[in-house]
Design a protein around this ligand. Structure first.
Ligand code: FAS
Ligand code: PHB
Length: 391
């Protein structure tokens, strides 16, 4: 088989890239290790930046998102028993965020691509990359027990943080920048109506907690836990008791409780791979970088990468120009590092660190007091949260 762009991974990065390339008449094949059902049911991110929503709507894959997504004009920071608004839309000249589950977006993208004749090969196993520094790179894989070879003009590594594309760049040709946080998030989906219109980030002496939502019937909640926490140690009752202790404010507000439909632990890392390209391989999304979810950036940064990559590939195929491809990594990394900074800042401000002392806790409270009482500081948070402009 041959295609212009071989894409490894059917997550947000791989599917948005395939969609954007198809709009430019550029052919791609997406290879995905998992079953379609698994991809479409895996519970993950939930917050879409203004720019991400605009892109999806403008390119014809945002109809259900506009209908079912929850438009938010603000978030709240909660500490010392009080909730403080951060009016995102007012502070950013009209921008907002939309809560829409990542797996719902993937359903929309897969449906759109297949209806447009796009090729997504699910359950593609044993993917390996070859001849990346030649003009005819190739992807080897097994499907249905048969060994296959896909020759490509270019390969997009969109296979996330545990994929094969990142390690396909020789160690001597890449640098890894990493920070591992000493905690994780225990996340749940609950059959309970969200009792606040906004997402609430809570700083608490027992640890961070986050109140979010998915629909008028489904609440999404997280609490800071040990990085290797075992969900078997967390009964529904224990989860609700801990969330209640951290989220309840002095005015008596606390989230509604209900049956827990899903629970899982996410580790917290900051990782950047430089450069994000090698020969004819281009990394995008979690394959190239990981951010702690405190800034709600992971999915959005994946989309930002593939906007740059799709434009660079279009430039090559339409006019033979390579300069946008040559500048791909540098262009993406400018945004990646600003998003890393913001995600690190939100994580550092809101979580309890074991090694911290009373001074550190007072410093965190002062940071929260400053951000919620200074328009300049709140504006800085807001412009990052809704998404920095694409360069
Ligand atoms: P993805 O990991 O989404 O997709 C990679 C795809 O490649 C997967 O479908 C995988 O099956 C496939 N793949 C992997 N190896 C392969 C191989 N060898 N061959 C073929 N296919 C292969 N971000 C937020 O903003 N907010 C959140 O709350 C949040 N929660 C998260 C919870 C979890 C458990 C995880 C793991 C991540 C979470 N994230 C969150 C981050 C997440 O949303 C990512 O940033 C986003 O999925 C990145 O998209 P991709 O880069 O497409 O990678
Ligand atoms: C979510 O709704 O899943 C969510 C919201 C905000 C975050 C991370 C996740 O920072």
């Amino acid at each position: 088989m041959h295609t212009q762009v071989g894409i490894v991974g059917a997550g947000p990065a791989g599917l948005v890239l395939s969609h954007l390339l198809s709009l430019q008449g550029i052919e791609s094949v997406v290879l995905e290790a998992s079953r379609r059902q698994y991809v479409e049911e895996r519970v993950r991110a939930g917050v879409l930046e203004q720019g991400t929503v605009d892109l999806l709507v403008e390119t014809g894959v945002g109809e259900r998102l506009k209908r079912q997504g929850l438009l938010h004009h603000g978030i709240e920071l909660s500490f010392l028993g009080r909730r403080h608004p951060i009016p995102l839309t007012e502070l950013t000249g009209g921008k907002s965020i939309t809560v829409y589950a990542q797996h719902e977006l993937l359903k929309d993208l897969i449906k759109t691509r297949l209806e447009a004749g796009g090729r997504i090969l699910f359950e593609a196993e044993g993917v390996s990359l070859h001849d990346l520094d030649s003009t005819t790179p190739a992807i080897h894989f097994r499907q249905g027990g048969e060994l296959k070879r896909l020759s490509c003009d270019f390969i997009a590594g969109c296979d996330g943080s545990h994929g094969v594309c990142r390690p396909s760049i020789p160690e001597g040709a890449r640098r890894v920048y990493e920070r591992v946080y000493p905690f994780g998030w225990l996340g749940i989906l609950a059959q309970a109506p969200p009792l606040s219109p906004e997402i609430i980030y809570t700083y608490h002496e027992r640890g961070f907690a986050l109140f979010s939502m998915r629909s008028p019937e489904i609440t999404r909640l997280y609490l800071q836990c040990a990085p290797d926490e075992d969900t078997a140690n967390w009964s529904d009752a224990r989860i609700w008791e801990e969330l209640d202790r951290r989220l309840t404010t002095s005015d008596g507000w606390t989230p509604a409780q209900g049956p827990i439909l899903q629970k899982g632990v996410t580790g917290m890392h900051s990782v950047v791979i430089e450069p994000m390209q090698y020969g004819r391989l281009f990394l995008a999304g979690d394959a190239a970088h990981i951010v702690p979810p405190t800034g709600a950036k992971g999915l959005n940064l994946a989309v930002a990468d593939v906007r740059v990559l799709a434009k660079a590939l279009a430039g090559y195929y339409v006019s033979g120009r390579r300069h946008l491809l040559d500048e791909y990594s540098a262009t993406c990394l400018r945004r990646v590092w600003k998003v890393q900074r913001f995600s690190w800042w939100m994580t550092s401000m809101l979580h309890r660190f074991d090694g911290d002392n009373a001074f550190d806790q007072r410093r965190q409270l002062a940071e929260l007091d400053y951000v919620t009482s200074s328009r300049a500081a709140a504006t800085a948070l807001a412009e990052n949260y809704v998404g920095l402009p694409m360069e």
